[in-house]
Design a binder for this molecule. Sequence first.
Ligand code: UDP
Length: 439
Amino acid sequence: MSHHVQRAITWGARRGAPRRIATLSVHTSPLHQPGTGDAGGMNVYIVELSKRLAALGIEVEIFTRATGSDLPPVVEMAPGVLVRHVTAGPYEGLSKEDLPAQLCAFTSGVLRTEAMRDPGHYDLVHSHYWLSGQVGWLAKERWGVPLVHTMHTMAKVKNASLAGGDAPEPRARVIGESQVVEAADRLVANTVEEADQLIDLYAAEPDQVAVVNPGVDLETFCPGDMAAARRRLDVPEDATVILFAGRIQPLKAPDVLLYAIAHLLQADPALRHSLVVAVVGGPSGNGMAAPEHLHKLAATLGIHDVVRFQRPVRQDVLADWYRAATVAVVPSYNESFGLVAIEAQACGTPVVAAAVGGLPTAVRDGVSGTLVRGHNPVDYGLALRDLIRAPRLREDYAEGAVRHAASFGWAAAAASMAEVYADTLARSAAPRGRVVGGQ
Ligand code: UDP
């Protein structure tokens, strides 16, 4: 018996937590580099949460679609955490929009894996994003275990605040999400606001929804020497650095930032010689169609000399970018939480963010940064100008930012999630027994 299983029994017996769970992440792998394509906050969330759950003694097996012929069927990502690659459709060239047609193949791979184990191998299924929820729904019924589901983003929410010209999410997704809400024993929302959206827009039962704030890796993302970080990144030590990090797509509104910079420079031309606007990340989603769009926009606005585009980087390098930044900007049209905002704050960097979705939870207005209503670039330019001109205020915000981020550790998130699992198992124990017994 492995050390992990032993600990799981001890902890699980005491707290009623699962010994082993199946985590479903159909459309993106926890082994992918976040910050481009379909890999972003959800990947970070699954990696960090799984590692911490395993440390609590809950073994995690993550199922994801294989996107290369050279991938081994199973990879040990961390002690107690396995990634299982499921073949479902061609390895390459499938977009997220093509995946609904592969859900049968994926489900069959998941069920086959479980069928080769002893009965009762998994105590619970946790699916992430609606595509995985569809698979989880079947696995739950087949295995007679509860389904916990996290949406990460929701079509109805996204469609209500689309960037100009962005394509709406299809009706099939809305239908699929509603089915998952109906099938799930428990829905985990990132914030109270997301919980309300599940209840108001998707008719979730209030006691079906639990709130678990995501976290930040406080070891990787911690304050450090700004000058040293700038040297490592080849940024002048006396620069004013404005940072955008994340997947480049209309939803994230990097264009709003570029327009804001144009306004800022118009109001304060002297800033130009010291300004560096770093855009760290790669094209994603609806931004894939025209990856050069942002470069062109910078040229059209006459600010290409101050904008520096960087390919996605590992999180330890991203931490340097946060430390090097004077201010980080998150102007998204919607964000279920906004990990970038919380990571920047953990590094002591004030954030200017849109007052949407989870960002008002992730950023404390007037304490760790500035929340801006709407997406008028003039307002973002003014918020940036106020912070750039006031080093004392930035220092105050930096302190507030570190304090605020400290309450979002992943260990706390994993402990809450383990409680949710235990509670879900306890609640479903009796009815589940009846269903299984009646078959
Ligand atoms: N990220 C990264 N490298 C990059 C850019 C981003 O590792 O070059 C990570 C970042 O640390 C964060 C995640 O990608 O954890 C983005 O999460 P967020 O919640 O901000 O946005 P999402 O991708 O979920 O829309």
